[in-house]
Ligand binder design. Sequence first.
Ligand SMILES: Cc1cc2nc3c(=O)[nH]c(=O)nc-3n(C[C@H](O)[C@H](O)[C@H](O)COP(=O)(O)OP(=O)(O)OC[C@H]3O[C@@H](n4cnc5c(N)ncnc54)[C@H](O)[C@@H]3O)c2cc1C
Length: 419
Amino acid sequence: MRIVILGAGLAGITSAWECLRDGHEVTVLDRAQAPADFTSRANAGLIAPGHAFAWASPSVPRIMLRSLWRNDQAIRYRPSVNPRQWRWLAQFLGQCTADNARTNTLRKTRLCQYSQSRLHSVAQETGFHYDRNTGGLIYFYRSSQSFEAAAVKSEILSSAGIKIEALDREQVIARDPGLADARDEIAGALFVPTDESGDARAFTDALATRCTERGAAIHMQTEITGFSKTQDRISAVTTSRGEIEGDLFVLALGVFSPVLSRQLGFSLPIYPVKGYSVTLPADNAHLLPRYGGVDEDNLLAYCPMGNRLRITATAEIGSYSTRHQPSDFRVMLAKTRDLMPKAANFDKPDYWAGLRPMTPTGLPLIGGTRWSNLWLNTGHGHMGWTMSCGSARILADLIAGQLPEIPLDGMDPASTRKH
Ligand SMILES: Cc1cc2nc3c(=O)[nH]c(=O)nc-3n(C[C@H](O)[C@H](O)[C@H](O)COP(=O)(O)OP(=O)(O)OC[C@H]3O[C@@H](n4cnc5c(N)ncnc54)[C@H](O)[C@@H]3O)c2cc1C
């Protein structure tokens, strides 16, 4: 079959790979200069089934409300005149119950675990380098109260089969001497030995090259503007390079998937949640932390990537703008410098901001639509690196008419047919 994949981010390129493996003829379209040049470009790099908590939880509405007058909240709400934001927000707040948070967390954990196993298969099959760092991730807490609460909260992940070790302050430093300067700041940590990290952009870029070697046509700098349709089928996508025909189309445009879906008469519950990322060169890579992790009381993620240190923070529900300025990074850089002053060169920051394609549940939408040959693999939110390889395999299985290896609860886009 001729499959046209719209989007060359993590979701699009992993989908292309799985479709090629199944023997399809694959074309990928994206307006960016290179694969993984939008949200997949500089994320935190964490492959973190051990951190698959749903963001929509009972404590979040209060945090969002506080963010209207305080700028130090990890989740910030910036009201917009866009009614789509209000609609998405209403759905998101609807998920903020204890029951929904539990259900969504368990479903996300299952997809993350499956996806990590698929990532291992892809990494083994391709053998390329993406600054992979295995052996675990450290989720540390600054107060004993938050540490104790986290230990209780983590039981839900343990019940799903995630191995979690509780470490006291000295055990944290023994496990990762790169955190020695933070000794007085750390009350304890949850260590997940099976979590890992890697550079999502390097991975996507290398996988795109393998896709090309396997015969895929990847057209970058190609703007997708619309569709040609006959009855319930898409016959072609309209692009800046003209019409591109196919037998089947996959929408994997991240935060822009709803923009194109609206042209086809259905809406998608995906809204951008902005995050900030800064990458620092590490002149002495041996001074980097051994493992990546999260400073949980500040929701600050850090990750050693080869001879660089990546730091990300903030979830801002606002607009589609990726604009940023150095002052946006001041607090996260100051906090990181306190924690690991020798780890990197703080005078050479590489700033970036990206838009997480969030659904209210935090689960992606994978499957068919009201258009008989249009499929979705989109809406991976804050965990699209962790979930990418599994989501792509699920998509390919569904296209092949096979039962995916895990249940699709919460991911079936059938609900979009109602709109
Ligand atoms: C700050 C931050 C930290 C994160 N940390 C992590 C992490 O540690 N672990 C994790 O698992 N996930 C993390 N994520 C989430 C992860 O990065 C995303 O879920 C993932 O990148 C989404 O990939 P995607 O392919 O769906 O979207 P994208 O990467 O945005 O790809 C969509 C593509 O569509 C293209 N496109 C859009 N519209 C058009 C059009 N009209 N025509 C042509 N092309 C178009 C874009 O150019 C883009 O390349 C983080 C995200 C952010 C922002």
